[in-house]
Write a protein that binds this ligand. Structure first.
Ligand code: PNW
Length: 499
């Protein structure tokens, strides 16, 4: 169990195994939010219960052959649909300030349209919100975390612009129903995964492979939908509900491979293509110049009549500009980026369009997820890049975490990951970055998309073979609890108050 003595010992041991910097010993400010996150498809289960409609992840996980590891599905997952009270109890035990979860569109609107409103679905989230509020936990709600109603997916999903108005109607229903109790709304979680994964590389639902075309069409619609929802909230709800509407974007930090001008520019290009693709329109009104130019040039060489990157009209630029009250940021890992000598001019997809080469260093510790090497300093660098690039927009860290294979509840690697990342985050606060909260991914082990249940991100473990999905704290839950209580990363006698 967790004790200060164990903690010191433990940290020293971890430092033998991994490279440790000195941890920042300043307390986090009193008003800084700490929480944990989940997403509807990953935890709820009850995929066809009480009137929920089918969505794209139901469809993909039920297809044969299934693209998901071990043919796993989210049919039951953590069964949070039935066990939400227990989830809130756990959150209370941890002592978090907020809980980030997402709403399943097809649980509320089974067809995606407002022709049919599922009252049981509405009641589920009302109960969850009430339970959270009673325990003084602030709900932070993601409106869309990748689960598109299948009826809409059938007609092209996010590549068909009809979805924009339907998404607005869905969001309007959420604001009307829950808005008095919700201060933080996130329109989309990681449009890169929805769009590049869903319609570009085909590695995520709906598993459409249309590289260089599909992902750009998808993002164009996502950005318009985001802006419509922000304006609708701003015009109709903000005055009474006084909440904040943002979007969550993920990126790895891009570290230049050398300080040559070419590598530095390549790393900046990576960030503009990965983060700026969404953040630049939302903050400044349009896609990053470097993206517009490169994709237009490459499209021309490839024989396209116009750029594969769709163009916003002046009116759309004005409409999309300034539509985030805060940025949600998901950070997990870092890549080294260098200038490429092979720009693959005739290949069209988002990765080739960047014209870079990237890799991760062998010496960076890795985990159960092959893409996730542990690079805590990348977090601080990313925070400083965001401040420099988007002039002090408020930032909420909406995800940060690490996986293991579930073989032990002694998840030292996760404690190490949290300590080092939170320390870098605390450094970023010292650097003057405007960060108001941190959300760990994830509250509990859950359906990790195409990896099924083989990669565990939870600070609570879930026994997926027990009928009632028993939750058990891992060792990191104790550390997390300690940080929530003390707002400090090191042993209490070494903590200093923040000024
Ligand atoms: C996030 N990357 O996805 C998602 O929002 C979660 O639903 C998911 O469970 C979690 O991360 C862990 O995978 C990401 O390559 C997937 O940097 C990949 C990356 C980042 C986030």
């Amino acid at each position: 169990m967790f004790s200060v003595k164990n903690f010191v010992l433990h940290y020293l041991l971890l430092c033998v195994s991994y490279t440790c910097g000195a941890l920042n010993n300043k307390r986090f400010p009193d008003n800084f939010l700490f929480g944990t996150a989940t997403a509807s498809y990953q935890v709820e289960g009850a995929w066809n219960i009480d009137g929920k409609g089918e969505n794209n992840w139901d469809k993909v996980t039920h297809s044969t052959p299934s693209p998901v590891r071990e043919n796993a599905t989210g049919d039951i997952a953590c069964d949070s649909y039935h066990k939400y009270r227990e989830d809130v109890d756990i959150l209370k035990t941890l002592g978090v300030n907020h809980y980030r979860f997402s709403i399943s569109w097809s649980r509320i609107l089974p067809t995606g349209f407002t022709n049919k409103i599922n009252q049981d679905g509405l009641a589920y989230y009302a109960n969850l919100i009430e339970e959270l509020k009673e325990n003084n936990i602030e709900p932070v709600i993601t409106i869309f975390h990748w689960d598109t109603p299948q009826d809409l997916e059938n007609i092209g999903g996010w590549t068909n612009e009809v979805i924009i108005d339907l998404f607005e109607k869905y969001a309007e229903l959420l604001f009307k129903t829950y808005g008095n109790d919700v201060k933080y709304w996130i329109t989309f979680n990681e449009p890169k995964q929805t769009c590049q994964g869903g319609y570009g590389s085909g590695e995520m639902a709906p598993v459409i492979k249309s590289p260089g075309i599909g992902e750009y069409m998808c993002v164009h619609n996502v950005l318009k939908a985001h802006a419509k929802v922000w304006h609708m909230y701003n015009d109709q709800f903000r005055e009474n509900q006084k909440g904040h509407v943002g979007i969550t974007i993920d990126t790895q930090w891009a570290e230049p491979n050398s300080n040559s001008e070419e590598d530095v520019q390549a790393a900046e290009r990576f960030l503009q293509f990965t983060f700026g693709w969404y953040a630049n329109p939302i903050i400044n009104g349009d896609y990053p110049e470097v993206m517009k130019k490169l994709i237009a040039d490459r499209s021309e060489k490839q024989g396209f009549e116009k750029s594969r990157l769709p163009v916003f009209t002046d009116e759309q630029v004005e409409f999309i500009k300034g539509t985030a009250d805060f940025l949600g940021v998901n950070y997990y890992t870092t890549r080294m980026v260098q200038h490429t000598t092979d720009p693959q001019t005739m290949v069209y997809d988002w990765i080739a369009d960047m014209e870079i080469h990237s890799y991760q260093k062998d010496e960076w510790p890795s985990t159960a997820s092959n893409w996730l090497k542990i690079v805590p300093w990348g977090f601080r660098k990313l925070m400083n890049w965001l401040k420099a690039t988007y002039s002090d927009i408020p930032i909420l860290i909406t995800e940060n975490g690490v996986s293991e294979d579930g073989s032990s509840l002694e998840d030292d690697i996760r404690i190490y990951y949290f300590q080092e990342h939170l320390s870098n985050l605390r450094d970023a606060l010292d650097d003057g970055v405007n960060i108001f909260g941190y959300t760990a991914w994830s509250l509990m082990d859950n359906f990790e998309w195409m990896k099924g249940y083989t990669e565990k991100f939870g600070i609570y473990s879930v026994n997926f073979s027990s009928p009632n999905r028993i939750r058990t704290p891992k060792k990191s839950a104790d550390y997390f609890k300690y940080v929530m209580r003390t707002r400090c990363l090191v042993q209490e006698s070494d903590c200093v108050d923040s000024v």
